[in-house]
Design a protein around this ligand. Structure first.
Ligand code: NAD
Length: 279
């Protein structure tokens, strides 16, 4: 069965729209774009469009290369203090002259809508409730649940160990009682690890890394990877056409994990608004 990420995301967005309409005031999301990467620009435009459609106040700060670390630090301090802003997102990567780590750590963890602050990462790792959970991993778990795919006790292979996908999705799944293996570019015998897995989650950006001979019959395959081919077409990490005949469930690219990431960002903004407006 092909997992329809667009459909699940749409239903989450519709629920959120109703909840946001019922609020006393609009939640606010600040997005900082300080790089000249084409994909980042597209992602930021999409975040702005979705915020506006849901009734979230969207403030996008777009900077050219003259932006300094000091100015960015000052902006983060202002946004931390601004009661109209509930979520702060720094689109990564930043221009190479900026210190990403310092900027991310300055964000108030209660406004850290991406869940990248060490406080939220630590809470997730410790099985405590983070103020916000990273959007892509959160979206993946929601997709599995939307299709009633059992997680508890399953052997899950996560391919990729980044801080934004691989590691947090592994933590989330451990918290859901899965048995998780985390593979990466230095892993030996990736095929053997894949063959054993009930659920494979691939997040590498390496096209056709997961082929049909690596997948156990009936396994669930979640493809997070996005690569742009010469013609502009997006493809994932998985050889979709062949693996779909072996997997029980599989996500397409595009239309799988991607729409869930943005829907979870909107949900995180709403949830941080509630957290900051608790009476
Ligand atoms: P990254 O470059 O930070 O990490 C890639 C990871 O893949 C690394 O840990 C590396 O060790 C591993 N890897 C690379 N080649 C490998 C190989 N041959 N075998 C095993 N492991 C290998 O990337 P990221 O930021 O985690 O993103 C991964 C992919 O997911 C990218 O294509 C990105 O565009 C995509 N992505 C999609 C969404 C979404 O919403 N759909 C969100 C975030 C990232």
């Amino acid at each position: 069965m092909i997992i329809d990420g667009k459909k699940v995301a749409l239903s989450l967005l519709e629920e959120l729209e109703t909840k946001i309409k019922a609020l006393e005031k609009k939640p606010g999301l600040a997005v900082i774009l300080a790089n000249d990467d084409y994909s980042s620009k597209i992602y930021v435009d999409s975040k702005e469009k979705h915020s506006i459609a849901l009734g979230i106040k969207s403030c996008v700060y777009r900077f050219d290369k003259t932006i300094t670390q000091g100015k960015l630090i000052q902006l983060i301090h202002e946004l931390n203090e601004n009661p109209e802003i509930n979520g702060i997102l720094v689109q990564l990567p930043l221009y190479s002259h900026l210190n990403e780590k310092e900027i991310l750590e300055l964000i108030n963890p209660k406004k850290d809508v991406d869940g990248f602050h060490p406080v939220n990462v630590g809470k997730l790792y410790a099985g405590l409730n983070p103020y916000a959970v990273c959007c892509t991993p959160k979206g993946i778990v929601k997709l599995l649940k939307a299709y009633s795919i059992e997680i508890e006790g399953k052997d899950v292979l996560v391919i990729g160990r980044s801080n934004i996908v691989g590691k947090p999705v592994a933590s989330l799944l451990i918290n859901e009682n899965a048995t998780v293996t985390l593979a990466h570019s230095k892993t030996k015998n990736l095929k053997n690890h894949c063959k054993r897995a009930d659920i494979i989650i691939s997040a590498t950006g390496h096209p056709n890394l997961v082929t049909s001979d690596m997948v156990k019959k009936g396994a669930v395959v979640i493809d997070v990877g996005i690569s742009r081919q010469g013609c502009g077409r997006l493809i994932g990490d998985v050889d979709f056409e062949k693996v779909k005949d072996i997997a029980s469930f599989i996500t397409p690219v595009p239309g799988g994990v991607g729409p869930m990431t943005i829907a979870c960002l909107m949900e995180n903004t709403y949830e941080l608004y509630l957290l900051q407006n608790k009476r």
